[in-house]
Write a protein that binds this ligand. Sequence first.
Ligand SMILES: NC(=O)c1ccc[n+]([C@@H]2O[C@H](COP(=O)([O-])OP(=O)(O)OC[C@H]3O[C@@H](n4cnc5c(N)ncnc54)[C@H](OP(=O)(O)O)[C@@H]3O)[C@@H](O)[C@H]2O)c1
Length: 411
Amino acid sequence: MASSQRLSILPKGLVRPRALASRIQPNASRRKSGPYGYTQAKALVFSKPGEPQDALSLHAHSISPSIPSSALLARTLAAPINPADINTVQGTYGAKPPFTSLIGTAEPSAVPGNEGVFEVLAAPGGSDIHKGDWVIPARSQFGTWRTHAVAEADDFIKIDKQGLNPLQVATVSVNPCSAYRMLRSYGPSAGLKDGLGMRPLEVGSGAWFIQNGANSGVGRAAIQFGRLWGLRSINVIRERDSAEETDALKREMYDLGADVVVTDAQLHSREWRDQLAEITRQGREKIGLGLNCVGGKNATALARSLSEGGTLVSYGGMAKQPVALPVGLLIFKDIRFVGFWLSKWNEKDVQGRKHMINDILDLIRSGKFKDVPVEEVPWHWETEEATLKDAVQAGLGGFRKGKGVFVFGDT
Ligand SMILES: NC(=O)c1ccc[n+]([C@@H]2O[C@H](COP(=O)([O-])OP(=O)(O)OC[C@H]3O[C@@H](n4cnc5c(N)ncnc54)[C@H](OP(=O)(O)O)[C@@H]3O)[C@@H](O)[C@H]2O)c1
C-alpha cells in the first residue's frame, strides 16, 4: 500500500503517526466541545474484516486544538454508505484501508467510507481553503464515517458550494464519476483522446448502451449522462413485489431519460431476442456498450444483447456470481470483456477527476442532473453505535428505496 494512502488522514510529511496520536485522546468526554478547545469526535472503525454488525465499533476520541500548522480540521456533513465501503469492511474489496492507532483505538483500526463532504472548521494560513468552505476527499479510502477529520489541505478538494446541498456533494465522487468515466472511456467515439485523457463522445450519435442495476447510483447517473450526451439506453431492473411497484420504478427510470426499461425476467425471456431486434431496428442500430454491475446470468444476457464488436464493462458484482463468458461471443461476435475501477482512474488522472467533479456539480446546479434518492441516517452525538451499524449492514440488502447516507448533526 502506498504511504500516501496509509497517511491519508494525516498531514503528510509533517507529523509522525505517534506525534499526532499523542494529540488525539480516546474517550476523553462525551461533550462535543471539550475543555481547552479539544474537539470531541467519533468514528466508526474496524480492526478486523467481518460483517459490519460484528466488525464495526463506534470510537470516541478528542482532537487537540494544536493541530499542525499545515493541517486543517473539518467536520463531516454527509457521507454515503456505498457497496464498496461495506465490501471494504468485509475484507472483499480490491484495496485495503490504512490500519493505524492514530485516533487512539486499542488496536490498529481503519475508518471506512470513500466519499463524503466536510465543512472546514480551521484551515492553515496561506491555503486557498478557508473556514466554512466545503471539501471532499482527494483520495480513495480517506475514511469518511467519522464526525471530524484532521488532514493536510491537499488531501482535500475544495468545492464551490453555491447552489448545492451536502447530500449532492457527498455523493458526487463515486457513482456519477464512475458512470461519467465509463461512458467517456468505452462509449462510442472516434477513438481519439481529449485533453483529459478521455475519449470525446460522438455527441448526438444516438448509439445504444445496455446496463443492468439501472436503478443503482451508477445506473441512474449513466442514464442521465447518456441522455445529455446523445446516447440511448436500455436499462435492466429487478422486478419488485408487485406490478405497480415495478411500473413505478420503470417510470423513475424514464423520468431520468431512459429510452427502454426492462426487467430481469424480460431480459431472460424467449421474447427478448425479438424485442431487441425491434429496439435496434433489426440490428441496423448497434448496441456497442454494456455496463455490468450484477454478474452471473444477468451479465451473460447483457453480453448476448451486444452487437458485434461491442464491449461489456464489468464494474460491480452485486449478485456475487462470476461472469460467464460464452466462447461463441468471443469468437463469432468479437465481444470485448473489460473491467473498470474508478480508484485506478483517479490515481492516473488527478486533473481529469477534478474537471469531471466540477462538470457534474455544474449539471446538478443547473438542474440537468438529479441526485440519487437517499435514505438519510442521522448521526448526532448521542446516536447509538447499533443504529449506525444497522444502517451499514442494511446497505447491501437489495430492493432499497434509496442509498443510505450518514447526515451529521452539529457534532
Ligand atoms: N468499479 C468501480 O469503480 C465502481 C464504482 C462505483 C460503484 N461500483 C459498484 O457498482 C455497483 C453499484 O453501486 P451503487 O453504489 O451504484 O449501488 P446502489 O446505488 O447502492 O444500488 C445497488 C444496486 O444493486 C442492485 N442489487 C443489489 N443486490 C443485488 C443482487 N443480489 N442482484 C442483482 N442486483 C442487486 C440493486 O438493485 P435492486 O434495487 O433491485 O435491489 C441496485 O440496483 C456496486 O457493485 C459497486 O461496488 C463500482
